[in-house]
Design a protein around this ligand. Sequence first.
Ligand code: CAA
Length: 458
Amino acid sequence: WPKDVGILALEVYFPAQYVDQTDLEKYNNVAAGKYTVGLGQNQMGFCSVQEDINSLCLTVVQQLMERTQIPWDSVGRLEVGTETIIDKSKAVKTVLMELFQDSGNTDIEGIDTTNACYGGTASLFNAANWMESSSWDGRYAMVVCGDIAVYANGSARPTGGAGAVAMLVGPEAPLALERGLRGTHMENVYDFYKPDLASEYPVVDGKLSIECYFRALDRCYSFYRQKIQKQWKQAGIDRPFNLEDFQFLIFHTPFCKLVQKSLARLMFNDFLSASSDIQSSHYKGLEAFRGLKLEDTYNNRDVDAAFQKASLDMFNKKTKASLYLSTHNGNMYTSSLYGCLASLLSLYSAQDLAGSRIGAFSYGSGLAASLFSLRASKDASPGSPLEKLVSSVSDLPNRLASRKRVSAEEFTEVMNQREQFCHKVNFSPPGDTNSLFPGTWYLEQVDELYRRKYARRP
Ligand code: CAA
């Protein structure tokens, strides 16, 4: 087996325009604070009709290749995770081959993987599994995940967003996937799904989706703990795993407030499984919650409030920084978790991260979920792979700050245009390509046979 398979490099793409959530609160006539405080969202990025899932992925792959300067023929597997489906047969991956085939490299395995927001994680697991199998040919794998998250007018609309992440996967990575440490929960539920193939909008049962997210989190954490404790036992360590064993924790982020509640919920899991004689300062004053069952508490507001309070310091230390991109750009579905990883890397130094275990919870409605962990390498010296990875994303806050703020009226107009154009044939998307970031790929034309042509903004 190659050693320490994981993430060598990472690139994030988000749209060059956003709507401010305070503007949306006014426009939608809801109480001030509902989106900004209640959901924890400040801004939401969105794409004009000039961008689609293919253009987002073309851009992020091109940027990753340009930043890392690796040869185009050094990639032997390319996986795409997305739930933004514009063709029921032709994979986004095949469009990305446009970038590789000029170099003569057509020997690239991998296609698209879809299950709501989980496709990126499934792709990452596939890429690592390939590298640890007899099929590996010694080259890099690339994992691309991206989505355009748009909702019909209503309470879910402020939880939209858009973006893409590309990751270079290889051995001796500064962020290695910890072997054997994946807790997974999958079940059949209708919490969020997209049965209407003519629409970009999902059907969503918001309350049920949150309950399903929490149940999946509980189950994945339980399986993860069982697996790590088994590994520990074999190594002679006999103590329960708890949240303190993660130095950082990142979560799929449909909206930031849910992540704060989720960390609180994990602490509630620890609390319920710890014997009552454990004196933890976190648990002071929480004894009243001792006999409760996890499955009875998905909507228990007292548990939520008490454990949010108890876990606040931990949230500030281990998770808050990872929400930077989500707060400013919104949900990116499959790429949301990896945007959280990028945020964490951009706001902490290599020294802060060195040697840490980063817990990562991936959730895709329907549902598929996993909790896994990444281990940061110990070497954080200048020029080390970890230091290079960290410095490669340090411009994230500045890039976000350089976007254009547009009004809620203009945002709504673009949503209406997307409804009109999303499956149209024989057209060129209207709009000014100067509103895109330099170097962005965009949709130039859809011909009468639905064939899409892309161009790149200089
Ligand atoms: N000031 C401060 N807070 C306020 C407020 C105000 N003026 N008004 C309301 N709030 C608070 C509420 O108290 C509530 O917080 P608590 O839950 O902590 O009490 C919060 O704002 C949300 O308000 P509502 O409960 O009234 O909910 P809503 O009708 O606005 O809907 C939602 C919220 C269900 C998340 C909806 O936006 C939605 O359906 N979003 C899409 C589905 C989703 O994101 N689900 C998450 C799990 S599924 C998943 O993870 C997959 C995925 O990516 C989609």
